[in-house]
Design a protein around this ligand. Structure first.
Ligand code: SF4
Length: 332
């Protein structure tokens, strides 16, 4: 869902990439890129589908060889067959024009072609420059083309997330940027989809878009020595994310919901009351009970071994009751 932008957007001319509009009045679009060998059709299809399922609205694949170009139409066809309509952007290198001319089916299957900036003109890698705030500002100042923001080689883990966020947040706040990608180096064995979640979180925390209900959790302190509430916050966040593909369809507006998970009685009830639904867990030495607040009112107090499951059920009930539509047949 897009929200009224809290920032004055730089005016750009809208362009269509398959069914997605980038620029103009459209919300900032999330894109991502596969790291499979594009010639490996099944591996690429699987990853594209995962990225799309995570919320990537455009997916870029590298088209660097004859084999990759030959694979692209098959990738598109398999995705279509499994109901995944996400537009594919071909990322081309110095031989792009030759591959496109020789593989018209590849050209046909792609919604957009992108010339990797590392291969433009002089052949000198200039990604660093593309990534600087000053360059994006200049580009925005000189043209009304829709702009893609991304910091290449941002790095791994928190370093990559912070570097990307620091640069992109400044530009987005200035209204610059129509589509973003967070280039994270995955941890060995880590999910590629993380870059999609980070992009969504940046846009959501800046108030530009809403994707998933927000879980507000206290940081924890000496008043709660157990990590129970950390697990509960994590499990609820994961549960909400898992449900979103179905909820998105059946429960419009649910992405704006706030769920609070608080660690003790000091701030727990106050913060929980401000959320749509919140729980205040018992801190160290407190009575082992967990009051639940719904729309600011205390409704029930949970206790015992199954607090997490019962709270999850209450969240689900709240979603059905508050965001459900009359003809809803969904989904738990
Ligand atoms: S809610 Fe309680 S446990 Fe959490 S940070 Fe505040 S005082 Fe500490």
């Amino acid at each position: 869902m897009s929200l009224p932008s809290p920032y004055q957007r730089h005016r750009t001319v809208a362009v269509r990439i398959g069914p997605i509009t980038v620029g103009g009045d459209s919300p900032v679009v999330v894109q991502s890129m596969t790291n499979t060998d594009t010639a490996d059709i099944q591996a690429t299809v699987t990853q594209v589908a995962q990225l799309a399922q995570a919320g990537s609205e455009l997916v870029r694949i590298t088209v660097n060889t004859e084999e990759a170009a030959a694979a692209v139409p098959h990738i598109r066809e398999r995705l279509d067959r499994q109901g995944c309509a996400v537009p594919l952007i071909g990322d081309f290198h110095f031989n792009g024009h030759k591959l496109l001319a020789k593989h018209p089916a590849c050209a046909e299957a792609l919604a957009k072609y992108r010339i990797n900036p590392g291969n433009v003109g002089r052949g000198k890698k200039r990604d660093e420059q593309f990534a600087t705030i000053a360059v994006y500002r200049e580009l925005a100042g000189r043209s009304d083309h829709a702009l893609h923001l991304g910091l290449t080689e941002a790095g791994m883990g928190s370093k990559g997330i912070v570097a990307s966020t620091a640069a992109l947040a400044v530009l987005l706040q200035e209204g610059i940027g129509d589509t973003i990608r967070i280039s994270l180096t995955p941890e060995p064995g880590g999910s590629r989809s993380r870059e999609v979640l980070v992009a969504q979180e940046i846009l959501q925390s800046m108030g530009l878009r809403s994707f998933t209900p927000a879980v507000v959790a206290c940081p924890g302190c000496g008043r709660t020595s157990s990590d129970y509430f950390q697990h509960l916050a994590q499990d609820i966040q994961a549960y909400l994310r898992e449900q979103m593909p179905a909820w998105h369809e059946h429960f419009p507006g649910v992405e704006n919901m706030t769920v609070a998970v608080m660690g003790c009685v000091v701030n727990g009830p106050g913060e929980s009351k401000h959320a749509n639904i919140g729980i205040s867990l018992p801190g160290t030495g407190e009575r082992p009970v967990a009051p639940v607040y719904v729309d600011g009112e205390k409704t029930v107090t949970l206790k015992g071994e199954r607090i997490a499951e019962e709270f999850q059920a209450l969240v689900t009930e709240y979603v059905h009751r508050t965001y459900g539509q009359a003809d809803d047949e969904a989904t738990g």
